[in-house]
Write a protein that binds this ligand. Sequence first.
Ligand code: AHM
Ligand code: MG
Length: 335
Amino acid sequence: MIQKVTTLNQFIIEQQAAFPNATGDFSRLLHHVGIAAKKVNREVNKAGLVDILGQAGTENVQGEDQQKLDVYADMTFINELRASGECCAVLSEENQDIIVFKDGMCRNAKYIFCMDPLDGSSNIDVNVSIGTIFSVYRRKSAPGEEVGQQDFLQKGVEQVAAGYVIYGSSTMLVYTAGNGVNGFTLDPSIGEFCLSHPLISTPSQGKIYSVNEGYYVNFPDGVKKFIKYCQEKDEETKRPFTSRYIGSLVADVHRNLLKGGIFIYPQTSSHPNGKLRLMYECNPMAFIAEQAGGMATNGKMRILDIEPENIHQRTPFYTGSKNMIDKICWFLKNS
Ligand code: AHM
Ligand code: MG
């Protein structure tokens, strides 16, 4: 029996057809995101074979060592976005300033793009899952005008689309354009992302908690109490819960999205605002979480409602199943 396979490109075209006023601009942008993901995937897969591992000898804006694949992923996504002609500027974890495309079609393009081109980079040389995280907004300035940081300082609720690519045991691209979350698995034999996880819905009762417990003593009391709660025995709520932490945001969030759970990266004494970045790590993951029926908060408010002040700002981050987010918020409030 021949099974019908929907490729990412087909899916994009079908989605576009459902919106009679759609111009195709977003579809073209997403198409090029898919190409960049495939190119990065190719390099990630052969990372152990060629001398591409190791430090590139430069530091990124957060003062962390860059690895060569980070640089490759950054360059590849930037080049593909420019080639799409549908994006006028890019904010990347790897670059202090935004990158503005002044040439041709890009100058008048209506979209801006935020990304962490290669997240979880400490996992590259030990063969553990890594990912790309991205987010698409409409520019605030008029087409043709100068694009600046102000264009990027928008709340997460303004996102047009968000997604991630996980380079794991298989490679997947998961995205939302505000109409549910769909997951596509790369079939290496045909080089296409194929729809494998339509309309992902995250369980509202999760049982996995994901946190770096090495920093336990520095956690807020509410987080400590929540961890204790996860470890206690209780038949009704099926505790103890399971602890799983990879140290790659994409992989940890992806697993919890499918299975139900909570991802926690709170503020600590060394990172008073948390470690993760609002614009290109937390906002896209929050949009996806909500579109799949989950939640995302900084412990006090919804991530998507945070008014950004700085393009590289950090935030405490809690995301996942509704029951677990409600519970941790209760502990944070009452501790
Ligand atoms: P990176 O962007 O430099 O790779 O850092 C972000 C990563 C996330 O993927 C992950 O959730 C977190 O850092 C892990 O941090 P830690 O090692 O402190 O637990
Ligand atoms: Mg990152």
